[in-house]
Design a protein around this ligand. Structure first.
Ligand SMILES: Nc1ncnc2c1ncn2[C@@H]1O[C@H](COP(=O)(O)OP(=O)(O)OP(=O)(O)O)[C@@H](O)[C@H]1O
Ligand code: SF4
Ligand SMILES: [Mg+2]
Length: 434
């Protein structure tokens, strides 16, 4: 497959991890004895990302969008089908075996499920010290017990509990153990694959606060994966939104949260909780219909077109009469929803929005805001998708709400702000610390 044209920021001394046009596919096999390859799942398809020192890049997307696959490739658990992974500016595929080993030290992973990712038959001390067996040069054998105690203390656990077993800890504490294990070999980067998704909301804030403290203390960089844009908003400096193996929007957190341009991002944003829960069903909530299509058979053109509320809206305006929705380039009815021809046939690439000169300038964004949508720059984008069963009101464009009229992002409540994490108490934390 040809390399997709992408616009990203590359290079720079502060870049600790970079992926360029990364793809990972898996064969689809049929048959009981003779397993024939009948297709492939394009789990990740042409992703380019840059992670800089001391920063957090949030990676968001629905289930099956390829987040974990990307994470596994980044930490070296799996090899990419195409593209490059650069650690500290060096292409991993050109590294010697010894250098790749070192890479594994540099980039460590925190897993989603603290219940299954810890071996129940190993003590916490053994779990946290396990990386020393794989990387014996990280800490001399005689200093490992002290190093484990130090790591447990670093993540807020009692070093005296090193002999306990995972089942004796709460979910939040187990995730702390997972973080301690990831930090054992002094990495530069933590790839955190939904590190709080399996935890109670009350404990999520504690783990996020811990990660933020560790970042400040150790200068770590995070790739932080989550379904929940609200969680990412709290911790991320930059955000990349994935849909069906592709990044569809990327930028610094202010650009993505305050000026989202991709209709998928806007739908995810509209689901972010607001202070008044009863307001959730008020106009503004964009409900995505159906499940994401299979990555084994992605839709033609724009992969999002089968679920895109904006494409349908533009097509409706186009079909409503001459002069309406002229940007659509003609709407066409096929088997699926009525969407502009362009959306069904042309695959949009990530395009930079805004003036390039502002990126990196004082007061400007640190990273470009990029969006993969043919209609990302249509100036007036309605906040609320119309009810397409109703006749189209051709005066609607003039009445549409300007993006600036949307709810002030400052008014959105950060879920982590709802309750001061310091006020929250993980009951089991107490029991173990006492
Ligand atoms: N080893 C594999 N073999 C075949 N298909 C796979 C494999 N691993 C992942 N996939 C497929 O690749 C796609 C992306 O999966 P992945 O787990 O990366 O998504 P995800 O974004 O992490 O989802 P979730 O939010 O549910 O964790 C899915 O369709 C999944 O079924
Ligand atoms: S290109 Fe078309 S289908 Fe894709 S996100 Fe943009 S409007 Fe929707
Ligand atoms: Mg996953």
């Amino acid at each position: 497959m040809a390399e997709r044209a992408v616009v990203t920021r590359t290079g720079g001394d502060d870049v600790v991890l970079e992926v360029r046009d990364l793809a990972k596919s898996y064969p689809v096999r049929r048959g009981v004895l003779l397993k024939r390859t009948v297709g492939e799942v394009q789990a990740v398809d042409g992703v380019s990302l840059t992670l800089r020192r001391g920063r957090t890049l949030g990676l968001v997307g629905e289930s099956g969008s390829g987040k974990s696959t990307l994470a596994r490739v980044l930490v070296g658990i799996e090899k990419p089908t195409r593209g490059q992974v650069l650690v500290g500016g060096q292409d991993v595929s050109t590294m010697s075996r010894a250098e790749r080993r070192h890479l594994r030290r540099t980039v460590q992973m925190v897993f989603q499920d603290p219940y299954t990712s810890l071996n129940p038959r190993m003590s916490v001390g053994e779990i946290v010290g396990e990386p020393f067996r794989i990387h014996p040069d990280a800490v001399p054998a005689r200093g490992r017990r002290a190093a484990v105690a130090e790591l447990l203390e670093l993540v807020g656990l009692d070093p005296d509990h090193a002999n306990r077993y995972p089942h004796q800890f709460s979910g939040g504490q187990r995730q702390r153990i997972g973080v301690a294990r990831a930090l054992a070999v002094k990495p530069d980067v933590l790839v955190c694959d939904e590190p709080v998704s399996a935890l109670d909301v009350s404990v999520q804030g504690q783990v996020i606060n811990l990660l933020e403290d560790l970042q400040d203390e150790l200068g770590l960089s995070y790739l932080f994966i989550a379904h929940d844009l609200a969680v990412v908003q709290h911790i991320a400096d930059e955000v990349a939104v994935m849909y069906l193996g592709r990044v569809v929007e990327q930028g610094d957190d202010a650009a993505v949260y305050d000026d989202a341009r991709h209709p998928y991002t806007r739908a995810l944003l509209s689901a972010v909780p607001v202070p008044d829960p009863t307001a959730r069903d008020l106009p503004g909530e964009i409900v995505l219909e159906g499940d994401p299509p299979s990555p084994a058979d992605p839709p033609s053109g724009c992969r999002f077109h089968t679920r895109c509320w904006l494409a349908r809206q533009i097509a409706q305006q186009s079909l409503a009469g001459p002069g309406a929705g002229t940007e659509a380039g003609g709407a066409a009815e096929g088997d699926g929803p009525v969407v502009p021809e362009r959306c069904r046939t042309q695959d949009p690439v990530l395009v930079r929005l805004g003036a390039p000169a502002l990126v990196g300038a004082a007061g400007g964004p640190d990273v470009p805001h990029t969006v993969a949508c043919h209609f990302a720059t249509v100036p007036v984008v309605p906040q609320e998708p119309p009810d397409l069963r109703e006749p189209v009101d051709r005066s609607a464009p003039a009445d549409r709400q300007e993006p600036a009229d949307r709810q002030d992002p400052a008014d959105r409540q950060d879920p982590a702000d709802r309750q001061d994490p310091a006020d929250r108490q993980d009951p089991a934390d107490e029991s173990v610390r006492s």
